[in-house]
Write a protein of this length. Structure first.
Length: 164
């Protein structure tokens, strides 16, 4: 069974090296592979694009939940866990933007649940705003990494954020 909160410094260091790094790495790499407006010529391209965008949104949702937990269980790991002061992250992070709040809400509706609130068809508003989501999450993750305890956050996180 997984260990419940709070995790020790070495446990958080190991967790961030493997799991947090994976979420961030997948988010950044998928975001780099996805076109803002896709040209989908056949069913295969549609399937591949949908799989990529859904994976991107799952990692986006996980990172938003990490940075701005609206509720969490005893098994969840959140950004505040990486600060010596439990309120350290809450005190320096900006309020969640309407872009990120909208993305979180939309991910819940369109990726994680079957609801009547899904966007039907292919209207322009169905495109995910990659060009604003990716930089905004990167800025927040850099702020987090710059202020998190180095005894808790693995340096690979900063290294990943320093790339293109």
């Amino acid at each position: 069974m997984a260990k419940m909160r709070p995790l020790s410094d070495p446990e958080l260091l190991a967790y961030s090296r493997e799991h947090l790094r994976y979420e961030l790495w997948m988010f950044l790499r998928l975001g780099g592979y996805l076109p803002e407006i896709p040209t989908l010529r056949n069913e295969h391209e549609k399937v591949v694009y949908n799989a990529l965008i859904e994976a991107f949104v799952v990692h986006l949702r996980n990172l938003i939940g990490f940075l701005y937990p609206d509720r969490f269980t005893p098994f969840d790991v959140i950004a505040g866990d990486f600060f010596s002061d439990p309120n350290g992250w809450d005190e320096i992070r900006p309020r969640i933007s309407s872009t990120l709040q909208g993305a979180r809400d939309r991910a819940h509706r369109e990726i994680a649940h079957l609801t009547t609130a899904r966007i039907a068809g292919m209207p322009p508003k169905k495109a995910w705003p990659l060009s604003s989501l990716i930089p905004e999450v990167k800025v927040l993750m850099r702020l987090f990494a710059d202020h998190a305890s180095p005894q808790r956050l693995h340096p690979l996180i900063k290294e990943l954020l320093s790339g293109p």
